[in-house]
Design a protein around this ligand. Sequence first.
Ligand SMILES: [Fe+2]
Length: 399
Amino acid sequence: MGQVTPVLYYASSMDQHISELRAPLGFTRAEDVSPDHEREGMLRARTLPFGVDPYGALDFRSCVLNDCTKLENTELLVDEAGFETIDLSSNVALQQAIETVRREDRLSTAAADALRLSLNGTPIRLANGRSLRIEHVADEGMIHRRAGPNGLDVNPDGMDGANGHGGAPGIHGDQDVLGTPLKQMMDGAAPTLFRHQTPDARNDDSSLFLLNLWIPIQQITRPLVLMDRRTLQPQCHQLRYGLPVTSFLDRDDEASVNDIWKFLPDPAQEWYFRSVMGSDQGYVFDTLGQAHGACILPGEEALEQLHLQIGRACEAVAKGDASALREATAAPSLALPEITTEAIRDAWQCMTELLAEAETQASEISALDEHWLSRARAAMDVVVRKSVEMRMVVTLSTE
Ligand SMILES: [Fe+2]
């Protein structure tokens, strides 16, 4: 079960504009912050014990989420805001590889190789006549995520290499340009080679970037949220953090702790997401410090309950157990909050109707055939966020 119920505050309960939607984002608690003893003037966040419940260990703050699908004339460019939405629809080989991931519901070695092949050496058109050329997709760090609504665990077998990853509930930045493992991999040359900006270092001249490419397979729940980094005060709110990685990466002792970033909240920070996003689009964002995480949207608690109810109903139908089906469908559905996304509203409607159909047919359970089961399983699947991400070295061209 998910542990967080979104705390909802809206600018106006009469205003249905999705741009005023709020959701809790997970920041570092103030008591876990201390001066950094290695780099003067920096702050450090205490490393949380492995396996700790993030929902108890983070400071969740209700933040306005700006829905990029509803905004007009907002320029969010990767070299300014730290992230940018890109169009991936014309890369046929990429779309075929993503389709394989979707069908297999995991990232196989063959699919990962196909994704790298579809991207290495290719250009990506950006806004305002700019473009990226992908020089290299990293061998490490390509993963598939499955995140259930409201934090529901949909990875019962846990992490296994590139698979079994949930959504990242804490706001973080993926890599310190001065830290492990870049320091070891590049013999300390990363700050000279890559464009970056951190609280105590920046390179504004290089055209070479280390970027994450994040591609949704589906994301009506647990969307990726990203900060416009122009709204961040790095000296006050960006924190060094040591992340132990040996549980999911094959690393020797020297590189067993990644140097990443955590963040403190601030009212000036602006957050963005997309309420609807398919694999024809992706985000590129700065690996070297861009603040991001997976949030829980208002309405996900209702979808979580429906997901569990339909799962129990499917089991009852498959066994022909009418009394178990009545039990599964008896609980009233949680209502949606007044303001949620259209995609969540559509999913809630579809799932509610499927349960009503099953309840009506409970006395003649055999009438609920494979057709109902396949629609029910599809409705459950739609509310699981799935995505693929990787890191890549790119050259930015502004001409
Ligand atoms: Fe990340």
